[in-house]
Design a protein around this ligand. Structure first.
Ligand SMILES: C[S@@+](CC[C@H](N)C(=O)[O-])C[C@H]1O[C@@H](n2cnc3c(N)ncnc32)[C@H](O)[C@@H]1O
Length: 236
């Protein structure tokens, strides 16, 4: 089961539909934008954080775009790769990308494309998991759960993808608690995969269990908490 088969899970997922990140953005950008692009939109939840005249959403998955159109009423959608955006230079005053950078083969290319389609003084908002303590553990488990996971980065690495035309205006480190079963089964209902993920969590060294606040009831994993980085860049 991949993104095309799990598009409805992303619409209903509590990890995606709500979040303190969306609330922070609403308060921070207390203004109206002309035209925004949401890259790797899935069900389109990020677009709800902004007041915008024209919202455009894109994703590599056709079914995600169908879900975004149907459930979040997004009319302007395009199926494309984040590393090759089919839009003209300087078309948007806001570009967003939430919980998707870890899927991109070449994150630097995504940043270049996002910068290209931004108007001068426009904003690029990027939100994704931050893994900065012994990153192989969580990145390894994420890959078992989702083979399209490439890598979650540290704050410095994400910042390093931005080129000379972007200036970092705001950074928040947020802590996100995940309901373990919902998270582990979002992309696959396969029992073997679920067992492997559970085992990997149970076998984590103490310092990583502590880092991820793994919450267990007996042998059952109830939740864990990871870090999300919220970055706001401005195009110079
Ligand atoms: C976790 S979901 C994104 C959640 C969404 N942005 C939100 O705020 O609810 C990841 C999305 O990235 C998309 N995706 C993965 N690789 C991509 C790529 N190279 N280009 C564009 N979209 C991609 C997937 O199809 C999926 O819809």
């Amino acid at each position: 089961m991949g993104f095309d088969d799990s598009s409805l899970n992303y619409f209903s997922s509590s990890d995606h539909a709500k979040g303190i990140d969306l609330e922070i953005l609403k308060k921070y950008f207390n203004r109206k934008f002309d035209c925004m692009l949401d890259v790797a939109t899935a069900a389109g939840h990020l677009t709800k954080a902004f007041t915008v005249k024209t919202k455009v959403a894109c994703d590599i998955s056709f079914n995600m775009l169908k879900t975004a159109r149907k459930h979040n009423k997004l009319k302007n959608v395009a199926q494309c790769d984040s590393e090759c955006l089919p839009f003209r230079d300087r078309a948007f005053d806001l570009v967003g990308c939430r919980i998707a950078l870890h899927h991109f083969k070449n994150p630097k290319l995504f940043f270049e494309e996002a910068t290209r389609v931004l108007k001068p003084n426009g904003y690029l908002v990027v939100i994704d998991s931050i893994v900065d303590v012994d990153d192989a553990y969580l990145n390894g488990i994420e890959f078992i759960r989702d083979h399209t996971h490439i890598r979650s980065y540290s704050m410095e690495e994400v910042n390093g993808f931005s080129g000379k035309d972007l200036r970092l205006m705001k950074y928040n480190c947020l802590f996100k608690e995940h309901d373990f079963d919902e998270w582990a089964k979002r992309l696959s209902k396969d029992e073997e995969t679920y067992k492997r993920i559970t085992q990997e969590f149970a076998n984590l060294p103490d310092h990583i269990q502590k880092e991820l606040s793994v919450n267990m009831l007996g042998r059952k994993i109830i939740s864990y908490t990871d870090k999300k980085g919220l970055f706001v860049f401005q195009r110079i």
